[in-house]
Ligand binder design. Structure first.
Ligand code: TMP
Ligand code: ASP
Length: 236
C-alpha cells in the first residue's frame, strides 16, 4: 500500500493515511516524553524496537483470540493497521506495586498484589490523564457499560497471557497500559504494547527493562529496550 498524508503526530508515533480506505500506517519515532511531556528526549532505535515488540505482542494475542488493529509490519518503523475510533480511556493492569500506585498507597515498589488491579485513566493530555473509576467511564459517556466490561475482561486476559509468556523468558510483567478502539461494533485492542507502555523487570536481578530507565534517569535506556526484544525473539 502507499503512504499518504500524515493525519496525526503524537509524542511517540505518527499516523498516515494510505490508499486502502479505513486502514492506516503507524510510524514509531525515537522521541520519548514523560510526566505529561515535561521531560523530553530520544532513545536510539526505540521506534524500531517498539514497532517490532508491539507487532510481536499483537500477533501473540491474536493467536489467543484477542483481536487488535494490527495487520502487518511493513518496514522497520511502520506497521499497517485498521483504523479505529479510539475510546478515550487508558486501561492499566497491575500485578505488582510500582509507579503511581506506590505513590498513592505508600507501599514500596515491588510489593506483590493479592490479585491483578485494573485502573482507568481519562485520556486527556490537557488534564494530565487523570484516574477515573468505571462509573465515571459510563457516566461521562466515554464508553458504554458493555464496552467497559469488554475492555476490563480483555485487559485481564492480556495480563494473564503476557505474564505467562514473559515469565518463561525471564521477565516479570509488573504492569501495563492498553488502549482500545471501536470498529464495526467490535472493540479492538489498539495503540502499542512496548517498553514505553509496560513495566518489565528482570526476573533474576529485578533490573528495570522499560521506560522507567528514561523517566528516572537510570541510564542504559536503549540497551533495556534491545534486551527485551532479544529475550522475546531469541527465546533467551
Ligand atoms: P503508572 O504507575 O505511572 O500509573 O503507570 C502504569 C503503567 O502504565 C506503566 O506500565 C506505564 C504505563 N503508562 C503509559 O503507558 N503511559 C502513561 O502516560 C503513563 C503515566 C503510564
Ligand atoms: N507518555 C507520557 C508523557 O509523555 C508519560 C509516561 O509515559 O510516563 O507524558
Amino acid at each position: 500500500m502507499k503512504r499518504g498524508e500524515m493525519l496525526y503526530e503524537g509524542k511517540a508515533k505518527r499516523v498516515f493515511r494510505t490508499d486502502s480506505p479505513g486502514r492506516f500506517i503507524v510510524e514509531f519515532k525515537d522521541d520519548a516524553t514523560a510526566f505529561d511531556g515535561k521531560k523530553r528526549g530520544s532513545i536510539e532505535e526505540k521506534g524500531i524496537l517498539n514497532n517490532r515488540i508491539s507487532a510481536y505482542f499483537f500477533a501473540l494475542l491474536a493467536r489467543a483470540g484477542i483481536p487488535s488493529h494490527f495487520i502487518e509490519l511493513i518496514s522497520e518503523r511502520e506497521m499497517f493497521v485498521e483504523g479505529v475510533e479510539i475510546i478515550p480511556v487508558e486501561v492499566v493492569a497491575r500485578n505488582i506495586v510500582a509507579g503511581s500506585l506506590a505513590k498513592r498507597t505508600g507501599l514500596p515498589e515491588g510489593t506483590p498484589l493479592n490479585q491483578p488491579v485494573v485502573e482507568y485513566y481519562y485520556k486527556r493530555d490537557d488534564l494530565g490523564d487523570p484516574m477515573i473509576n468505571c462509573s465515571h467511564v459510563v457516566a461521562l459517556g466515554l464508553a458504554s457499560a458493555d464496552e467497559l466490561h469488554r475492555m476490563r475482561e480483555t485487559a485481564l486476559r492480556i495480563n494473564g497471557i503476557l505474564k505467562e509468556h514473559l515469565e518463561a523468558k525471564g521477565i516479570v510483567l509488573v504492569d501495563f497500559k492498553v488502549e482500545f478502539g471501536r470498529k464495526d461494533g467490535q472493540v479492538l485492542l489498539a495503540d502499542e504494547i512496548s517498553p514505553d507502555t509496560c513495566r518489565f523487570w528482570d526476573k533474576q536481578t529485578g533490573e528495570k527493562l522499560d521506560k522507567d530507565r528514561f523517566r528516572r534517569d537510570l541510564g542504559g535506556v536503549a540497551e533495556a529496550y534491545a534486551a527485551i526484544w532479544q529475550r522475546l525473539d531469541g527465546g533467551g
